[in-house]
Design a protein around this ligand. Sequence first.
Ligand code: ZN
Length: 697
Amino acid sequence: MNKSIKLVFLLFSIISYVFAANFFAQSKTELVNLKANDIFIPANSTSIKIEGHLGRKINLCIDNRVMAQSIKRIIRPFRLRFENDFGGFRCEYWGKWFTSAMLAYSYQPTAEHLAVIDTALNELLETQTPDGYIGTYDKQHYLWGWDVWGQKYTLLGLIAYYDQTKDKKVLEAACRVADLLLTKVGPGKVNIAENGLPLLKGLPSTSILRAIVLLYERTGNKNYLDFAKYIVHQWDVPNKFTHTGLRLIENALAGVPPIKIDAPKAFEMMSNFEGVLELYKVTGERKYLEAGVKFGNSIRKYERMITGTASNQELWCDGVREQTEMLPQPVETCVTVTWMRYCYQLLKITGNPIWADELEVSLYNALLGAMTPKGDWFAYFSPLIGQRVPSHQQHPDVGLSCCVASGPRALLMTPRWAVMGSREGVVVNLYAQGSYGEKLSDGTNVNILQATDYPVGDEVNLTIQPAKTKKFTLGLRIPEWSKKNELSVNGMTIKCVPGTYAKISRTWKNGDKVILKLDLRGRIIPAPSGAPDLAIMRGPIVLTLDNRLVEPQDTCVWLLTSRDSAAKLDTTIKSSPSLETNPPVYEGYVRIKQCLLPTDTQEYLTLKPVKSKPDNIWMAFEVPFLVRPSHFFDHHVKTLIMCDFSSAGNLWSDKNSYRVWMPQPMYMDYMYPSPIWRLTNPDAKARPEVPGALIDK
Ligand SMILES: [Zn+2]
């Protein structure tokens, strides 16, 4: 080899090495070999641009909430460290907010966003004490109250920064926080299961499990793995809070309803199971996976309400049964967010599309419904009947509440699961207007353009753009609720089955077209409790009555199924015939259902889109109801307009009420409860407002 060729070869080798090292740095965060890998790999958010209604909501949340956060206020408690009681959970705010800021930055990596993040990071790191502590408690009260819970969020924030930037200094700062904890807590030291508020029986503190496992993955330091196993073991050991230990794994495996597990605090319990799933990845122990999946399914079976969330007064509440009732403080936004994050983890780890079905319903109903129209604030509680009330500031000095800090963590996660990498290619979990870039396992870029107004319309047009012609499998989520579907590739029909991924394996070339039509017929949902209440879903959207669209009136109505209205209304008696001489009419009457049972086959109803509606309502439909003024006579159809749950009540005022579940019959004068903001915000002195003045820089 002559000198110049050698030089070129050397240069090429260096460039290849740098490129490979850079690629490695961007893609891999773990130092240890995982025993169980995720089935789906999150997309690189920077290659994704979500447009349309959902894209606008995401942008509003980034601009008006996440990036508008006052860093000075959020850092202040870490500087002052004045927390010395059991009620101080200011320690969670920085980490919750910072993880959402990292999600925002990875989706929109602008210099402005980086500046906000770096300022918030550096100001926090300046508060780290020589022994490693970052927190809001003074030295004498280290480990009090919510301290360990707050350290979890701080660690998650630091790890998110490290994952994005590979800045070793930040990982080291996180390790020093954890190392200090390990010197004080563990076998022969403070028992983590006896730490924190006695009422919560150690749940907040043991939820540091996931952060500790993530540190093990990134450092290979076995002390962290040992500590993680110690935490899980402590759940089975009797302690001063509980005679049996919380037995989280065993209870989950046995399918125990979450409300019957000791300390039924919804948010904290799910946060612990996030750690159990992470522990499965590093140990490969199947019982952790099985417990995690069973726990998720128990939430679906016993707790998750129709809008895709759970809880009353922050606790499990047997919500599947109780959701039709007037609950005092239903649905904490923190619970919605943690449920969504848990579903996201289950989706990655199992590849089962039911978790994406869950995510979609929670996203479009519970989560967007809890966000104010400008995206600058969130609700603390969001009833299924009542009014929307912005969360009060639980800590006015910081200007935040737990739920306001939580909300963006779920919404800004959307780009990560909308489209994901699979072993065979790419899966599309979410249909929304936009451009979605993904990498195949061999590094080939594939861009997927989605042209659609789904879930308003039922058609999704996908254009597949691989960087080069390439064989791979495109998986398309066919939601479980979508029973009549049409799917084609370049005009050729493909079969698909609800509740699975339609897997299309072929050689894809730039410009290939996929058209998917989903089933957006109105579905009547009977109350799972068997109570005589019905609700309506259209695709992933829960339809809702809103007093701007339907005012109270002196009438009783029953919901009409498609079958009822098509088959029998033409037999309605207009005058008074003799029943003896007209039996078919009588049969017609009894076939009009008054209510459905949870075990009945799916009934549909005819929905007609409303052309003119207020601008701030996303979608609205005419829904047929039946009025029966007397037993057999003058029955007639009355059309009521219903909108999507996230638009319902979005004036966020005492003047704007809504309801989801409709008793059969529904007396319309009692459709909406009187002003009830105090029921959902008992601690607030006046109806809370969005504190615009507090989110200055
Ligand atoms: Zn909360």
